[in-house]
Design a protein around this ligand. Structure first.
Ligand code: PNS
Length: 167
């Protein structure tokens, strides 16, 4: 059984992420989406909120599991008994960082390879950071995230702008 881990911050999950999840779910027997509890990045959403949002947009896919992880990605991959890491490549600007990560991961854990899916052209410009920036000005983010995610992002952005703490 071919198992992949698709890791990321997913703060929030975008239509670009969803596209990679759907396509990798067709290639692999099982895909575990690993949500990083990244303390350094001060995310807009807690890890549990990000996990729940991912669950809500992938509920129709039977071979997807959403899990939070902390620490090294290669340790998480090993604990999941997965074979490969999946990452999306949007443009040449992603390449250097992705190459560095995949090479480093293979040096520290030689059995673990990374496969890349080129992002759907429709989403090649898209990132969670751009979505958050537009949401901070209450702009229209409906072309970038699922409707239920848009509601949450706009509401959280409004809270942040008004100095209200995350619920
Ligand atoms: O969505 P992102 O923020 O681009 O995802 C980055 C992620 C989570 C894949 C990366 O930061 C990661 O793997 N973090 C876990 C810590 C780790 O293993 N670092 C070494 C990677 S070279």
């Amino acid at each position: 059984m071919a198992v992949a881990v698709y890791p990321g911050s997913f703060d929030p999950v975008t239509l670009g992420h969803q596209d990679i999840i759907e396509r990798s779910s067709k290639i692999m027997d099982k895909v575990i989406v690993g949500v990083l509890k990244n303390n350094s990045k001060s995310p807009l959403f807690s890890v549990q909120e990000r996990v729940n949002m991912l669950k809500s947009v992938t509920g129709h896919l039977p071979n997807i599991e959403i899990l939070a992880f902390d620490g090294l990605l290669v340790d998480f991959v090993r604990n999941c008994r997965a074979d490969v890491i999946v990452r999306g490549l949007r443009a040449i600007t992603d390449f250097e960082y992705e190459l560095q990560m995949s090479q480093t991961n293979r040096v520290i854990s030689p059995g673990i390879d990374t496969i890349f899916l080129t992002t759907n052209l429709k989403y090649s410009y898209l990132s969670s950071s751009i979505v958050k920036e537009i949401a901070m000005y209450q702009g229209d983010i409906s072309a970038f995230v699922a409707p239920e995610i848009a509601v949450k992002v706009l509401s959280r952005a409004e809270d942040v702008k008004n100095g209200r703490p995350a619920r």
